[in-house]
Design a protein around this ligand. Structure first.
Ligand code: SAM
Length: 219
């Protein structure tokens, strides 16, 4: 099994490519160095809404979504975060590979004070799995989202803890709207010319949901 990260070109759209270093076979503990399908779906969602506000990404992994926002959307204020040093170094390298402009900072959901700047838009993909600190994640979202901010989380249907996260988010004072992202959002991100390219087959085998979270209004 080859654990050495490989350089991949991810086709977000026909003429919109992000180059990342991707550890194809992921290792538990370093799972952010592996590119997850949800990150591709989130990247395409960002491309489709072309946001203008500041963006803070939680559990950035390879940094694909933040780099996509930097290269292909109007947002010029992007911060990518993770709690794993190897993952953070990989994001930094991926930013350089793409000549993108974004900050990389350490943020552990289990201690929201590790980074405290709120943003207009908080994003994340595939963050809720067995063993993930769900209450801490919800607290982190609330802590880092501006008063009128919004949070977009993309999750595959295979993650059984998602309903627990959604309940916890409602309880903590967030409204949640769910929407399935399909068709263009889940099409293959590679071209035939990329010999041996991992096909991200789960994109077409699973359903992907966008959860939009906002603060409940007090009226
Ligand atoms: C399944 S990976 C998803 C990575 C990326 N969002 C994607 O879709 O490709 C989960 C990510 O969350 C990060 N993570 C897990 N627990 C965390 C915590 N307590 N604080 C910050 N990041 C965390 C991991 O390091 C990893 O990068």
């Amino acid at each position: 099994m080859n654990l050495k990260p490989q350089i991949r070109e991810i086709f977000i759209d026909n003429d919109k490519i992000v180059t990342i270093s991707d550890q194809v076979f992921f290792q538990t503990g370093n799972d952010g160095v592996h590119q997850w399908e949800s990150g591709i779906v989130l990247s395409r969602y960002l491309l489709s809404i072309n946001p203008i506000g500041s963006i803070l990404e939680l559990g950035s992994g390879s940094g694909l979504a933040g780099i996509t926002a930097s290269k292909y959307t109007r947002s010029t204020n992007i911060t990518m975060t993770d709690f794993n040093r190897t993952v953070l170094d990989n994001i930094q390298e991926n930013i350089l590979k793409n000549s993108a402009r974004a900050r990389v900072v350490y943020l552990d959901w289990r201690d929201v004070t590790t980074y405290t700047n709120p943003a207009d838009i908080v994003i994340g993909s595939d963050l809720i799995y067995d063993g993930a600190p769900i209450q801490d994640l919800v607290r982190t979202i609330l802590h880092h989202m501006n008063e009128n901010g919004v949070c977009y989380i993309v999750m595959p249907d295979k993650r059984k803890m998602t309903p627990v996260f959604l309940e916890e988010a409602e309880r903590a004072g967030l409204d949640v709207v769910a929407m399935e992202l399909k068709d263009w959002f889940t099409c293959s991100p590679h071209r035939d010319v990329q010999k041996g390219f991992r096909d991200f087959a789960e994109l077409t085998m699973r359903k992907y949901f966008l959860y939009t979270l906002t603060r409940k209004s007090n009226i």
